[in-house]
Design a binder for this molecule. Sequence first.
Ligand code: G1P
Length: 290
Amino acid sequence: MKEIRKVIIPVAGWGTRSLPATKNIPKEMLPIYNKPVIQYVVEEAIRSGIKDVIFVTNRDKSVIEDHFDYNLQLEGVLERAGKLDKLKAIRDVAEMVNVMAVRQKKQLGLGHAILCAEGLVHGDPFAIMVGDDLMFGGVPGIGQLIEVYHAEKKPVVGVMEVPWDKVDKYGIIDGEEVAPGIYKVRDMVEKPKREDAPSRLAIVGRYVLTPDIFDYLKKTKPGAGGEIQLTDAMQQLARDHGMMAVRMSGMRFDAGDWAEYLSANIYFGLQDEDLRYELLSMLKNFVQFQ
Ligand code: G1P
């Protein structure tokens, strides 16, 4: 079986949940502690053996590609100032991955965004990582799916249990648990009402798919929210050829949700030894003043 070397990261969304912060900055470039959100996503891909990143962008998102490129002027400034640790940090980002980009010229949904990248996938199996879903702890998120993909030889989605009152925000799967945390997908539905949801196992922005998904996407009609939904195309793929789901371990932060975004900042701030104690004491002060 072919290795998974490519990931499609759709980043063409407007980021309306994060306005006004995202009026002129892509939501994927908002910082979490000292790195933009998108860098965490790309680093997860790298730790899972992925070398090629395909961004599905729009006209306002070129700064995302620039982040993973050299900035020679800034490098010169840092070099002359002797700030060699910072110089290394920005060079490392430029050298992390091969970057490709394709424009999604109309915002017709996640399924449509993935279809835009077909020409860059060259018939290979590939991963998808949603650009504002962050996973931390243990085995890198997309790596957990790649493992199951190789073991089961079937496309895989990552899922996590969400509260029943949130099932209408996600793609929800109906699955048979064949090993602890591993499901054979029977069906899936995008953003169901609570009473129609087959479970509370929600798709959390991590996928490993085979290129036959593109044929399904081409036939997919607009679904939930009037958008061409990846879930609808996968539902058909699962029915025809079978598909797996893996209950992901580790923590997840949705960077488009302010409480989760701010928690992620605190989580990463606390990981830094130089910051931890000062940050904790400030947080304690905040709690006292509530
Ligand atoms: C998309 C997918 C949905 C998935 C979610 C995870 O929805 O369509 O199936 O559960 O990402 O973040 P969106 O959040 O773009 O509405």
